[in-house]
Design a binder for this molecule. Sequence first.
Ligand code: PBG
Length: 337
Amino acid sequence: MTPRMSYTPLDLPVRPRRLRRAPWLRALVAETTLRAEDLIWPLFVQEGEGLVTPVDGLPGVNRLSIDALVDAAREAAALGIPAIALFPVTPPEKKTDDGREALNADNLVCRAIRAVKQAVPEIGIVADVALDPYTTHGHDGVLGADGDVANDTTVAVLCKQAVTLAQAGCDIVAPSDMMDGRVGEIRTALDDAGHEQIAILSYAAKYASAFYGPFRAAVGSKNNLGKADKRTYQMNPANRIEAVREASLDLAEGADMLMVKPATLYLDIISDVAQASDVPVFAYHVSGEYAMLKAAVAAGMLEEKSATLETLLAIKRAGASAILTYAARDVAQWLKE
Ligand code: PBG
């Protein structure tokens, strides 16, 4: 969006406050809106039944057994939230070096997808493509002899994972792994398996951020990762131009939507990517960003509703057309009031 000049003759008094005078007028001239339809609600799913287990460090966020997940999906749909994003908490005994549980058509996330699709067919399901919930080392792919994540070997596994998720019934696959060339390969694999209507939401500009900590604790990959980090595949927070390069590559490979992650510290990136691409750009308001807000609210430093709404509005103003946020249900409720 290019800022425009307005040419008010300078000999007349200029009074921008004229348009801020009353709520109806402010609403009428608002450039950006935030709606429940702009939100995707990330949910953690665990084994068991009747379980709603609070996640340490993420107030208001729970690990849900599949039955409780179905209830949450129903609630989201009733609030007008168009889609949920699922993240499995894999039992430790199912984790391996190669993360092969990701390819099990009966794994937790596949069962969760089937259950939600059956009970709440009107809600969209986004499924993450990456191996970190399944690997003993907590990385998003398989390791090569040098100890680093092996790009092409990993991409081959991710293709199978994407097809497994599509077969289970998800609507959107979201590669969050940052391997080179994976979007094109996943597109081909999906098409070859007859899933040409399954969309790819590519985490195009995903940074090696300190703000994923609470998420990794929630899915149980934090201890697996230990002191290791993901800087050989996730982007350097110092880089801006590179984000547009990553976005164009993913577009050329067939991504239907792009994601920027995290969101609030990366509004410049959201803006750049949105201006450079002709597909919807989403932003992930990640666990650490959510936790930060919650902590400030708990300490009495910020007012929850206004601070959260302003945060999400700013992400949309930067150019995001939808936002993944753990606050989705609360926000949708507030917007209804
Ligand atoms: C895994 C993945 C991560 C997040 C989403 N998918 C963590 C990571 O890359 O280590 C983070 C989300 C959040 O912090 O809310 N590939």
